[in-house]
Each structure stands twice: as C-alpha cells, then as structure tokens.
Design a protein around this ligand. Structure first.
Ligand SMILES: [Fe+2]
Length: 318
C-alpha cells in the first residue's frame, strides 16, 4: 500500500505569529519526511519473506513504521488544529468543563504540559477515550505513546522543528501563539466525530436474557456507604475451598444449597450475588432469586473483580 499526502489543513498566510517559512518547512520536511519514510518502510515490509527475516530486522522496521505512521497522523492533526482565532466555542467549553472541571482548568493543564516540554520534545494531545467516554490530555513522546483506542482531536507539536525558527528557545511564547491560532470550531467538529466512536463491547450472555448486571465498584460503594443491600458470594464450594478467602462484609452461601438459605434473606432489601468470574453461577442464582420475588442482580466481574479492585479479604472456610 502507498500512504497518500494530506493537504495542509490550515491556511498558512492567516496564522498569527507563525511565519510562512516555519510552517512550510514543517510541512515539507517534517510531515513530508515522515510520510516518505513511512512509504519506504511499508515497501520494505511488503517485500520481506517473514520466514527468513531475522527478528531484529522485523522489530526495527515495525518500530519505525509505528513512529512514521503516528508522525504523519499527528502532523495532519497539528495543522488542522491551527488557523482559527483562538476563541473557544460554547459547545467545546461545555465538553471541557464536563471532563476537566472548567475550560480554564483544561487550558491550564494543556498549556503547562507544553511549557514543561521546553528543552525536551514530544506531542501534547487532547484525546477522546471511547471506553471512558471522556477527553484526557496526554503526552505522546517519540510519536509512539498514543492511548490505545484513543482518538486525538488536538495536537501541539513540541519538537524544536515546530518553533525554533520563529521563537528560538522561547518554547513558552510558541505555546501561547498556538493557543491564539487554535481553530475551535474545527476542534468541536472533531470532538463530535470522536464521541460517536462506541466504547468496547461488553460481554454478552444472551442465555440469561435481560438479567441486569452491576459493576464491582458500585457494589463496593454500596457496602462502604452502609446502604441496605444483601451481598452474597455464591461461588461453588470447590472455588471457595481452593481460594479460602472472601471479601469482608460479604456472606458466602453454597449455590447448591439454595433452598436452605434463601429463606434467610430479606425481601425488602435488594440482593447482589456473585460467583468466581461473573458468569453462570451468579447469573443462575440471581434468576432464581428474582423468580422467588427478590430484587436481585448479579455482579458482573465476580470475586476476581472484587480482588482486582483491591477489596479487603478475610479467611473463609467451607
Ligand atoms: Fe513536527
């Protein structure tokens, strides 16, 4: 395959405080150079016989491919970030307030990250993370530290080639100039696009219909807050015997002995049950409880999830 050059997104002659010489050099030499390297690496990879290629050759090429590919993507985003009048849009201000507390708070962090690369190098990015449905400011050093699954929507290039020609060593003045030229309406549109990316799909267990699951954090919060909830560990006896532990404040009940203990539960309080990993035993028990008239849910990551979030454990004998 051959990667195609993207036209420069901003109108260079409209930029305020960044010279044509700097922008042209940046586009031709650094963006163009990355694209040319990417195509050369791709051609080389396509010609390899992987059965005969030494590991160090493949490792080197794949690393360089990642660096060159990210460099092209981030440079395209950098030029698309510029060309505006620096006036935040209402929509973007609201989104930044949602994720950072306020527009000012977001700007303070992003700007400080740029200042902090004075004398260093790398990218400062504003990235949308679909899993968390929120934006985060991040560094991407060496072009290769982008957040997995993240969609970067704003890029500040802090490599020296991005500013030295106009600002010398005054990286702070360059960062301030970047903000003056920020194209907020374009940023808002990219943010709208990014927010249409769905989070990763959750595990589906169609055999249990529309049985409601609940996350481990929510259960832990309910326990800590002393809310009226009956949390029951229903791991199979063999699993408890193997692990010999249980979360503090939780009762273990043998799922095989359901009829013997169901009568001990209080129908006026919700019930949460979980097994080892959040699959069949917990789901089946929750369904039995619901059939018996309880407001019951299963906890979707089980005892394993409780341990993964660092819950306090105690010894449990069976
Ligand atoms: Fe650059």
């Amino acid at each position: 395959m051959r990667y195609q050059l993207a036209p420069i997104y901003c109108r260079p002659w409209l930029l305020n405080g960044l010279t044509l010489k700097l922008i042209e050099s940046h586009y031709e030499n650094n963006y163009g150079g990355a694209l040319r390297r990417l195509n050369a690496i791709t051609e080389q990879l396509e010609s390899l016989d992987f059965a005969k290629t030494p590991a160090h050759v493949l490792n080197g090429l794949k690393r360089e491919e990642l660096v060159a590919l990210n460099s092209t993507l981030l440079h395209e985003l950098y030029f698309a970030s510029l060309g505006g009048n620096g006036q935040p849009t209402t929509g973007m201000s609201e989104i930044l307030a949602r994720d950072f507390g306020s527009l000012e708070r977001w700007r303070a962090e992003f700007r400080a990250m740029g200042y902090a690369l004075d004398g260093g190098s790398g990218w400062v990015l504003l990235t949308y993370v679909p899993r968390d449905r929120r934006l985060i400011n991040q560094y991407a050093s060496a072009h290769s530290q982008s957040i997995a699954s993240g969609v970067p929507i704003l890029a500040l290039d802090m490599y020296e080639h991005a500013y030295h020609m106009d600002f010398g060593a005054n990286a702070r003045a360059y960062v301030d100039t970047f903000f003056r030229n920020l194209d907020w309406p374009a940023l808002e549109k990219r943010c709208e696009d990014a927010q249409t990316v769905p989070p990763p799909r959750l595990l589906e267990q169609p055999e249990f219909g529309d049985l409601q699951g609940i996350g481990v954090e929510e259960v832990k919060e309910m326990l800590a807050a002393g809310k009226p909830v009956q949390v029951i560990d229903v791991r199979p006896r063999a699993a408890v015997t193997r692990g010999q532990d249980i979360v503090e404040g939780v009762q273990w009940r043998d799922p095989e002995q359901f009829p013997q203990w169901v009568g001990e539960l209080n129908k006026s309080e919700p019930v949460v049950v979980y097994c080892s990993y959040g699959f069949h035993v917990g789901c089946k028990t929750a369904i039995k409880l619901r059939d018996a008239g309880f407001d019951a849910k299963y906890m979707n990551s089980g005892h394993l999830g409780m341990k993964a979030i660092g819950s306090k454990l105690k010894i449990q004998n069976t």
